[in-house]
Design a protein around this ligand. Structure first.
Ligand SMILES: [Fe+2]
Ligand SMILES: [Fe+2]
Length: 334
């Protein structure tokens, strides 16, 4: 039924909208309580949408900035086999960026807006990618520890309440598992090699261990958004709990590898049934996240340059698409 009466005094649109919002909110809350997925066409509160856009786009940015530290080693890989593996891994990370930008686009935000936020320094990405890769052992340690921490973080996201994000994460996690194994395998080969190689691995582990633990984010006591994102089913496990799970799993892997984790405070706590570890330097974390890490400027400059250098590809793709569309129209008209 279509009628002008919708505009009559006494029945203002705002009242109807507020009423609608209340019932939509109730439907949304019921879905959350039943642990059902929210899909792009479903109504959702603005704050939920905004939080997801921020989280998914930050995640996408982390994937593509994460290509840079390892990308530096593609031309210097020690063998054809290692080069092929590293190329595949770095390409996977680019693919993860694409899945995630696409998932964020289903929330009515454009790729251009997100990329612009990254390039102008308004958007954040994982602090870990602002550390340098000084030796080939760093590539192995990134696979073992950085991808290992990413898996720990991302597996619970496969059950995230927002459908497109959860589905993207299922595929990403499968690939991250290959990344972690290739890193561990590269390190194992070096540990079975010469003293110099073993020292190189230990040095890389010493430099990456604490920054990797910070990948899980600030302690729960200082994590302002966590309670709400947990209530919305976006986050399932707290930062500190994920960090603990990672420490417990990694200590055992370090034993197999034969490296020492650089924390004298790391020891098994019988009562807790977990490993204790020393407090982390959160000043360093905030410094790096806020733009003052060892490689922040270099990473951003490289990203912006890659985007600018690729402008002709985007223009050519658009010109090609326009040409195809024009041919199609001509064919239909004929
Ligand atoms: Fe990834
Ligand atoms: Fe990865």
């Amino acid at each position: 039924m279509y009628t002008q009466s919708l505009d009559l005094p006494g029945n203002p649109a705002s009242v109807t909208a507020a009423g609608d919002d209340a019932s939509r909110q109730a439907a949304f809350d019921a879905r959350m309580a039943a642990d059902n997925k929210i899909e792009p066409q479903d109504w959702m509160p603005q704050a939920y949408r905004k939080t997801l856009v921020r989280q998914i786009s930050q995640h996408a940015h982390s994937e593509i900035v994460g290509m840079l530290p390892e990308g530096n080693w593609i031309s210097r890989a020690p063998s054809l086999k290692r080069k092929a593996i590293l190329l595949a891994k770095v390409q996977d990370e680019g693919g993860h960026g694409l899945y995630l930008y696409s998932a964020a686009e289903t929330l009515n935000t454009s790729r251009d807006e997100m990329v612009d936020a990254l390039h102008t320094g308004r958007a954040k990405y994982s602090s870990i990618f602002n550390y340098p890769t000084l030796t080939w052992a760093d590539v192995g340690v990134i696979g073992w520890l950085v991808d290992g921490a990413a898996i720990m973080n991302q597996i619970p996201l496969c059950r995230c309440s927002y459908g497109p994000y959860a589905r993207a994460m299922i595929r990403i996690c499968k690939e991250e598992s290959f990344h972690q194994r290739q890193g561990f395998d590269a390190l194992l080969a070096m540990m079975r090699g010469t003293d110099a190689q073993r020292e190189m691995v230990q040095d890389a582990v010493d430099r990456w261990w604490f920054p990797v633990l910070m990948m899980f984010g600030p302690p729960d006591s200082a994590s302002t958004n966590s309670a709400q994102t947990m209530a919305w089913g976006i986050k399932r496990i707290s930062n500190d709990d994920l960090r603990q799970k990672f420490v417990d799993a990694t200590v055992e892997q370090a034993k197999v590898l034969g490296v020492t984790l650089p924390d004298p405070g790391l020891q098994w706590n019988v009562e807790r049934g977990h490993y204790d570890y020393s407090p982390l330097d959160w000043d360093e974390f905030w410094r790096v996240i806020n733009g003052d890490g060892p490689c922040n400027r270099e990473r951003l400059a490289t990203r912006v340059k890659a985007h600018e250098d690729g402008a002709w590809v985007r223009e050519a793709a658009l010109a090609h698409a326009a040409k195809q569309a024009a041919r199609e129209t001509q064919r239909e008209a004929a």
